[in-house]
Design a protein around this ligand. Structure first.
Ligand code: MN
Length: 286
């Protein structure tokens, strides 16, 4: 099942090149009492609502995908977790390009730990990325994104994939510089998630997916998640020893080599095997 959020917060199911709008059947989900529980309401209830969503998607009329604006499939994560240097060749490009590492020590992911990106930085393919500091370097980082479906803490690695609701494409956009990652990677619109959530049952092994990104048609990143240093299960288990994971939490699992700058007017096209592809426009700040 492929679930998207589109236009004015409609919820849709992807069927081929169509979006089936299933929002109206989910209205009871949208009434939540203050204080809101941690986590994303749609993802929290996805298991319970799935039969209803699937039934509705058989009968409702489709809208061509090309005519909708795809938002982040998760509206309200309790956190967005990032993984530094989780592909060996990305670690090595940091050795060659000091704008990436800025004189910081060469740490492995096990030494560096995970980091957090501000929830307020999250967008979908629409509206895309707005470059905040045109005088500084903003890089694309293409990453497999894992969306957590169940609450979990101290989850063993061999049970970690049971926590997954699904997968999406992530762009961990980054301002290069000396500040902490949590600042440079949390600029408004610098966490892109899309084009939709593909439920876990559609991805047999998240550690065997081709992953690629072009900018204006030119290939910048091309790799496979088999090259992740810490795989998906290990990252979930490890993260859950520090943070309780909640439904809707996003883990951006790290970028392969080929990161590089983008500029207003560029169009990034990101693709991950088994998930799909999305185009993301880079804009100038107004
Ligand atoms: Mn990254």
């Amino acid at each position: 099942l492929r679930i998207c959020r589109f236009d004015a917060d409609r919820i849709g199911v992807i069927k081929g090149d169509q979006v089936i709008d299933v929002t109206d059947g989910l209205s009871d989900l949208l009434s939540t009492r203050y204080p809101y529980p941690p986590g994303d309401a749609l993802i929290t209830n996805l298991g319970r609502l799935r039969p209803k969503i699937e039934t509705m998607s058989q009968s409702a009329a489709g809208i061509p995908l090309a005519k909708v604006r795809l938002l982040s499939p998760v509206a309200n994560p309790s956190k967005i977790i990032g993984a530094p240097v989780n592909y060996q060749k990305h670690l090595e490009e940091g050795d060659r390009d000091n704008e990436i590492r800025q004189g910081r020590p060469r740490l492995t992911i096990g030494e560096a730990g995970l980091f957090l990106k501000a929830n307020s930085s999250l967008v979908g393919p629409y509206p895309g990325v707005t470059v905040r500091f045109p005088d500084r370097r903003t890089d694309h980082e293409l990453e497999l994104a894992v969306i957590i479906g169940r609450k979990g803490s101290d989850v063993p690695e061999n049970k970690a994939l049971d926590l997954v609701a699904g997968y999406a494409i992530g762009l961990d956009m980054t301002v290069r510089g000396k500040e902490d990652r949590s600042m440079r990677k949390s600029v408004d619109s610098y966490s892109v998630l899309g084009p939709w959530l593909v439920t876990r049952d559609e991805i047999a092994d998240p550690g065997k997916l081709d992953i690629a990104l072009t900018v204006n048609g030119e290939t910048r990143q091309s790799s496979n998640t088999s090259l992740l240093i810490y795989g998906v299960a290990k990252q979930i288990a490890w993260a859950s020893t520090f943070y309780t994971l909640y439904p809707g939490d996003v883990i951006m699992t790290g970028t392969p080599e080929g990161v590089g700058p983008v500029h207003p007017g560029d169009i990034m096209r990101a693709e991950i095997q088994g998930i799909g592809a999305m185009e993301v426009r880079v804009r100038a700040q107004e």
